[in-house]
Design a protein. Structure first.
Length: 311
Protein backbone atom coordinates (compact mmCIF):
# COMPACT_ATOMS: atom_id res chain seq x y z
CA UNK A 1 0.00 0.00 0.00
CA UNK A 2 1.35 3.41 -1.00
CA UNK A 3 0.71 6.42 1.23
CA UNK A 4 0.49 9.92 -0.22
CA UNK A 5 1.77 13.12 1.37
CA UNK A 6 -1.83 14.00 2.26
CA UNK A 7 -2.32 10.66 4.04
CA UNK A 8 0.85 11.16 6.07
CA UNK A 9 -0.03 14.78 6.93
CA UNK A 10 -3.55 13.94 8.12
CA UNK A 11 -2.36 10.84 9.95
CA UNK A 12 0.35 12.84 11.72
CA UNK A 13 -2.05 15.59 12.72
CA UNK A 14 -4.64 13.11 13.97
CA UNK A 15 -1.96 11.28 15.95
CA UNK A 16 -0.94 14.61 17.48
CA UNK A 17 -4.53 15.18 18.64
CA UNK A 18 -4.61 11.70 20.23
CA UNK A 19 -1.35 12.35 22.11
CA UNK A 20 -2.63 15.72 23.38
CA UNK A 21 -5.87 14.05 24.50
CA UNK A 22 -3.97 11.45 26.52
CA UNK A 23 -1.83 14.19 28.10
CA UNK A 24 -4.94 16.20 29.02
CA UNK A 25 -6.54 13.07 30.52
CA UNK A 26 -3.42 12.40 32.59
CA UNK A 27 -3.20 15.98 33.89
CA UNK A 28 -6.92 15.96 34.73
CA UNK A 29 -6.52 12.71 36.68
CA UNK A 30 -3.31 13.67 38.52
CA UNK A 31 -4.63 17.09 39.56
CA UNK A 32 -8.19 15.85 40.18
CA UNK A 33 -9.66 18.45 37.84
CA UNK A 34 -12.62 16.18 36.94
CA UNK A 35 -12.54 17.38 33.33
CA UNK A 36 -13.10 13.79 32.18
CA UNK A 37 -15.49 11.08 33.33
CA UNK A 38 -15.49 7.50 32.07
CA UNK A 39 -19.12 7.50 30.94
CA UNK A 40 -18.83 10.80 29.10
CA UNK A 41 -15.57 9.81 27.40
CA UNK A 42 -16.97 6.46 26.25
CA UNK A 43 -20.05 8.25 24.90
CA UNK A 44 -17.77 10.59 22.93
CA UNK A 45 -15.89 7.62 21.48
CA UNK A 46 -19.15 5.85 20.64
CA UNK A 47 -20.54 8.89 18.80
CA UNK A 48 -17.26 9.33 16.94
CA UNK A 49 -17.37 5.67 15.86
CA UNK A 50 -20.92 6.00 14.53
CA UNK A 51 -19.92 9.16 12.63
CA UNK A 52 -16.84 7.45 11.16
CA UNK A 53 -18.95 4.54 9.92
CA UNK A 54 -21.45 6.92 8.26
CA UNK A 55 -18.55 8.95 6.84
CA UNK A 56 -17.03 5.83 5.27
CA UNK A 57 -20.40 4.84 3.81
CA UNK A 58 -20.81 8.31 2.29
CA UNK A 59 -17.19 8.83 1.22
CA UNK A 60 -17.56 7.52 -2.34
CA UNK A 61 -20.84 9.36 -3.00
CA UNK A 62 -19.38 12.58 -1.57
CA UNK A 63 -16.25 12.31 -3.72
CA UNK A 64 -18.12 11.60 -6.96
CA UNK A 65 -20.69 14.36 -6.37
CA UNK A 66 -17.91 16.90 -5.84
CA UNK A 67 -16.00 15.54 -8.85
CA UNK A 68 -19.13 15.71 -11.01
CA UNK A 69 -19.78 19.35 -10.08
CA UNK A 70 -16.10 20.16 -10.72
CA UNK A 71 -16.78 19.57 -14.43
CA UNK A 72 -18.97 22.69 -14.38
CA UNK A 73 -16.42 24.91 -12.61
CA UNK A 74 -16.79 28.61 -13.30
CA UNK A 75 -13.07 29.40 -13.10
CA UNK A 76 -9.72 27.87 -12.18
CA UNK A 77 -7.03 29.34 -9.91
CA UNK A 78 -3.62 28.57 -11.41
CA UNK A 79 -1.35 29.92 -8.66
CA UNK A 80 -0.92 27.09 -6.12
CA UNK A 81 -0.53 29.42 -3.12
CA UNK A 82 -3.60 31.47 -3.99
CA UNK A 83 -5.46 28.21 -4.74
CA UNK A 84 -4.93 26.81 -1.24
CA UNK A 85 -5.48 30.10 0.61
CA UNK A 86 -8.79 30.70 -1.18
CA UNK A 87 -9.84 27.05 -0.67
CA UNK A 88 -9.17 27.14 3.08
CA UNK A 89 -10.93 30.51 3.49
CA UNK A 90 -13.94 29.51 1.37
CA UNK A 91 -14.23 26.11 3.05
CA UNK A 92 -14.04 27.71 6.49
CA UNK A 93 -16.77 30.21 5.61
CA UNK A 94 -19.03 27.47 4.23
CA UNK A 95 -18.46 25.48 7.43
CA UNK A 96 -19.51 28.55 9.44
CA UNK A 97 -22.69 28.67 7.34
CA UNK A 98 -23.29 24.91 7.75
CA UNK A 99 -22.74 25.20 11.50
CA UNK A 100 -25.03 28.22 11.79
CA UNK A 101 -27.81 26.36 9.97
CA UNK A 102 -27.28 23.54 12.47
CA UNK A 103 -28.14 25.95 15.28
CA UNK A 104 -30.91 28.03 13.69
CA UNK A 105 -32.92 25.36 11.84
CA UNK A 106 -34.40 22.86 14.26
CA UNK A 107 -34.39 19.90 11.85
CA UNK A 108 -30.61 20.28 11.52
CA UNK A 109 -30.28 21.05 15.24
CA UNK A 110 -31.86 17.63 15.91
CA UNK A 111 -28.76 16.15 14.28
CA UNK A 112 -26.19 18.61 15.61
CA UNK A 113 -27.43 18.49 19.20
CA UNK A 114 -25.39 15.34 19.98
CA UNK A 115 -22.20 17.41 19.76
CA UNK A 116 -23.51 19.74 22.50
CA UNK A 117 -25.02 17.12 24.79
CA UNK A 118 -22.00 16.68 27.06
CA UNK A 119 -21.83 18.51 30.38
CA UNK A 120 -18.05 18.26 30.19
CA UNK A 121 -15.57 20.01 27.89
CA UNK A 122 -12.31 18.38 26.88
CA UNK A 123 -10.45 17.21 23.78
CA UNK A 124 -12.66 14.13 23.43
CA UNK A 125 -15.71 16.43 23.19
CA UNK A 126 -14.40 17.25 19.73
CA UNK A 127 -14.96 13.59 18.84
CA UNK A 128 -18.59 13.80 19.99
CA UNK A 129 -19.69 14.10 16.41
CA UNK A 130 -22.82 15.27 14.67
CA UNK A 131 -23.25 11.71 13.46
CA UNK A 132 -25.62 12.39 10.55
CA UNK A 133 -23.74 15.42 9.22
CA UNK A 134 -21.94 13.35 6.52
CA UNK A 135 -25.35 12.76 4.90
CA UNK A 136 -25.82 16.45 4.03
CA UNK A 137 -22.47 18.22 4.55
CA UNK A 138 -21.41 17.76 0.91
CA UNK A 139 -24.29 19.96 -0.32
CA UNK A 140 -22.86 22.91 1.62
CA UNK A 141 -19.45 22.35 -0.01
CA UNK A 142 -20.67 22.05 -3.62
CA UNK A 143 -19.85 25.75 -4.29
CA UNK A 144 -16.17 24.84 -3.82
CA UNK A 145 -16.33 22.42 -6.75
CA UNK A 146 -17.99 25.07 -8.93
CA UNK A 147 -15.16 27.43 -7.88
CA UNK A 148 -12.63 25.07 -9.45
CA UNK A 149 -11.39 23.09 -6.46
CA UNK A 150 -10.96 19.34 -6.92
CA UNK A 151 -12.87 16.83 -4.79
CA UNK A 152 -9.67 15.47 -3.24
CA UNK A 153 -8.45 18.94 -2.26
CA UNK A 154 -11.82 19.88 -0.77
CA UNK A 155 -11.86 16.74 1.38
CA UNK A 156 -8.24 17.26 2.45
CA UNK A 157 -8.90 20.90 3.41
CA UNK A 158 -11.90 19.80 5.45
CA UNK A 159 -9.87 17.18 7.33
CA UNK A 160 -7.14 19.67 8.21
CA UNK A 161 -9.55 22.34 9.44
CA UNK A 162 -11.54 19.68 11.33
CA UNK A 163 -8.41 18.69 13.22
CA UNK A 164 -7.86 22.33 14.20
CA UNK A 165 -11.50 22.38 15.33
CA UNK A 166 -10.84 19.42 17.62
CA UNK A 167 -7.87 21.14 19.25
CA UNK A 168 -9.94 24.05 20.61
CA UNK A 169 -12.05 21.71 22.76
CA UNK A 170 -9.97 22.26 25.88
CA UNK A 171 -9.99 24.09 29.19
CA UNK A 172 -6.19 23.91 29.48
CA UNK A 173 -5.69 27.25 27.68
CA UNK A 174 -7.31 30.34 29.19
CA UNK A 175 -6.60 32.99 26.54
CA UNK A 176 -4.37 33.30 23.50
CA UNK A 177 -2.61 36.58 22.53
CA UNK A 178 -5.11 39.34 21.68
CA UNK A 179 -4.28 39.39 17.95
CA UNK A 180 -4.81 35.62 17.74
CA UNK A 181 -8.08 35.83 19.68
CA UNK A 182 -9.31 38.47 17.22
CA UNK A 183 -8.65 36.41 14.08
CA UNK A 184 -8.81 32.73 14.97
CA UNK A 185 -11.17 30.45 16.89
CA UNK A 186 -9.58 29.74 20.28
CA UNK A 187 -10.45 27.47 23.22
CA UNK A 188 -12.02 30.48 24.96
CA UNK A 189 -14.29 31.14 21.96
CA UNK A 190 -15.28 27.51 21.69
CA UNK A 191 -15.98 27.15 25.40
CA UNK A 192 -18.59 29.85 24.83
CA UNK A 193 -20.00 27.85 21.92
CA UNK A 194 -20.54 24.80 24.13
CA UNK A 195 -22.13 26.74 27.00
CA UNK A 196 -25.79 26.50 27.95
CA UNK A 197 -25.86 29.99 29.53
CA UNK A 198 -28.46 32.17 27.81
CA UNK A 199 -25.83 34.79 26.88
CA UNK A 200 -23.70 32.21 25.08
CA UNK A 201 -26.35 30.30 23.11
CA UNK A 202 -25.75 30.03 19.33
CA UNK A 203 -22.48 31.95 19.40
CA UNK A 204 -19.00 31.45 17.88
CA UNK A 205 -19.81 29.08 15.00
CA UNK A 206 -16.42 29.25 13.27
CA UNK A 207 -14.03 26.33 12.83
CA UNK A 208 -10.72 28.14 12.18
CA UNK A 209 -11.53 31.84 11.80
CA UNK A 210 -13.61 33.74 14.35
CA UNK A 211 -13.84 36.65 11.88
CA UNK A 212 -17.03 35.22 10.34
CA UNK A 213 -18.74 35.47 13.73
CA UNK A 214 -17.45 39.00 14.31
CA UNK A 215 -18.67 40.11 10.89
CA UNK A 216 -22.07 38.38 10.93
CA UNK A 217 -23.15 39.04 14.52
CA UNK A 218 -22.69 35.61 16.11
CA UNK A 219 -19.63 36.47 18.23
CA UNK A 220 -19.59 36.45 22.02
CA UNK A 221 -16.52 36.73 24.24
CA UNK A 222 -16.11 34.56 27.33
CA UNK A 223 -16.91 36.74 30.35
CA UNK A 224 -15.51 36.09 33.83
CA UNK A 225 -18.77 37.29 35.43
CA UNK A 226 -20.79 34.68 33.53
CA UNK A 227 -19.12 31.35 34.33
CA UNK A 228 -19.73 28.72 31.68
CA UNK A 229 -22.10 25.83 32.26
CA UNK A 230 -21.62 23.14 29.62
CA UNK A 231 -24.33 21.07 27.98
CA UNK A 232 -27.86 21.76 26.79
CA UNK A 233 -30.45 24.09 28.32
CA UNK A 234 -32.46 20.91 29.01
CA UNK A 235 -30.33 17.79 29.32
CA UNK A 236 -31.86 14.47 28.15
CA UNK A 237 -32.74 12.26 31.12
CA UNK A 238 -31.83 9.14 29.17
CA UNK A 239 -28.18 9.33 28.06
CA UNK A 240 -28.19 5.84 26.57
CA UNK A 241 -26.45 5.28 23.22
CA UNK A 242 -29.65 5.40 21.14
CA UNK A 243 -31.45 8.24 22.91
CA UNK A 244 -28.39 10.49 22.89
CA UNK A 245 -28.62 10.50 19.08
CA UNK A 246 -32.39 10.56 18.59
CA UNK A 247 -33.81 12.42 21.62
CA UNK A 248 -34.23 15.74 19.78
CA UNK A 249 -35.85 14.00 16.81
CA UNK A 250 -38.36 12.52 19.25
CA UNK A 251 -39.03 15.95 20.80
CA UNK A 252 -39.38 17.48 17.33
CA UNK A 253 -41.81 14.76 16.26
CA UNK A 254 -43.95 15.39 19.36
CA UNK A 255 -44.00 19.15 18.70
CA UNK A 256 -44.93 18.65 15.03
CA UNK A 257 -47.70 16.27 16.09
CA UNK A 258 -49.30 18.79 18.45
CA UNK A 259 -49.05 21.72 16.00
CA UNK A 260 -52.58 22.87 15.07
CA UNK A 261 -51.90 23.73 11.41
CA UNK A 262 -49.74 22.45 8.56
CA UNK A 263 -47.83 25.77 8.47
CA UNK A 264 -47.05 25.42 12.18
CA UNK A 265 -45.75 21.90 11.57
CA UNK A 266 -43.37 23.25 8.94
CA UNK A 267 -42.31 26.08 11.26
CA UNK A 268 -41.37 23.58 13.96
CA UNK A 269 -39.03 21.96 11.41
CA UNK A 270 -37.48 25.14 10.00
CA UNK A 271 -37.58 27.71 12.81
CA UNK A 272 -34.87 27.89 15.49
CA UNK A 273 -34.97 25.55 18.50
CA UNK A 274 -37.30 26.93 21.15
CA UNK A 275 -39.91 28.24 18.72
CA UNK A 276 -43.48 27.21 19.59
CA UNK A 277 -46.81 27.97 18.00
CA UNK A 278 -48.32 29.11 21.30
CA UNK A 279 -45.30 31.02 22.66
CA UNK A 280 -44.85 28.56 25.53
CA UNK A 281 -41.13 28.32 24.77
CA UNK A 282 -38.67 30.91 23.44
CA UNK A 283 -35.81 30.96 20.94
CA UNK A 284 -32.32 31.92 22.11
CA UNK A 285 -32.42 35.42 20.59
CA UNK A 286 -35.56 36.33 22.54
CA UNK A 287 -34.07 35.03 25.80
CA UNK A 288 -30.88 37.00 25.12
CA UNK A 289 -32.86 40.19 24.48
CA UNK A 290 -34.66 39.68 27.80
CA UNK A 291 -31.35 39.06 29.56
CA UNK A 292 -29.79 42.23 28.16
CA UNK A 293 -32.87 44.26 29.06
CA UNK A 294 -32.79 42.94 32.62
CA UNK A 295 -29.08 43.77 32.86
CA UNK A 296 -29.78 47.34 31.66
CA UNK A 297 -32.49 47.72 34.31
CA UNK A 298 -30.17 46.35 37.01
CA UNK A 299 -27.40 48.71 35.87
CA UNK A 300 -29.73 51.70 36.11
CA UNK A 301 -30.84 50.64 39.60
CA UNK A 302 -27.21 50.38 40.73
CA UNK A 303 -26.40 53.79 39.26
CA UNK A 304 -29.45 55.28 40.95
CA UNK A 305 -28.46 53.79 44.33
CA UNK A 306 -24.92 55.12 43.96
CA UNK A 307 -26.25 58.60 43.09
CA UNK A 308 -28.54 58.62 46.14
CA UNK A 309 -25.67 57.56 48.43
CA UNK A 310 -23.46 60.34 47.07
CA UNK A 311 -26.29 62.87 47.48
Amino acid sequence: MKFTGSDISVGGLFGFVIVLTLVEMYISYVHDKKIYTKRDTWTNIYLMTVAVVINLCMKTATFFLLAYCYQFRLFQISNIWVYWVVLILAQDFLYWFLHTVGHYVRFFWAMHVTHHSSEHFNLTTGFRSTVFEPLYRVFFYLPLAFMGFTALDILFAYLVTQIYGNLVHTQAIAKMPAWFEYIFVTPSHHRVHHASNVRYLDKNMGMVLILWDRWFGTFQAELPEDAIKYGLTTQPKDTGPVNIIFHEFIALKNDVKKAPTFIDKIKYMLNPPGWSHDGSTKVAKVMQQELHEQERVNHKIIQSDQFLKQA
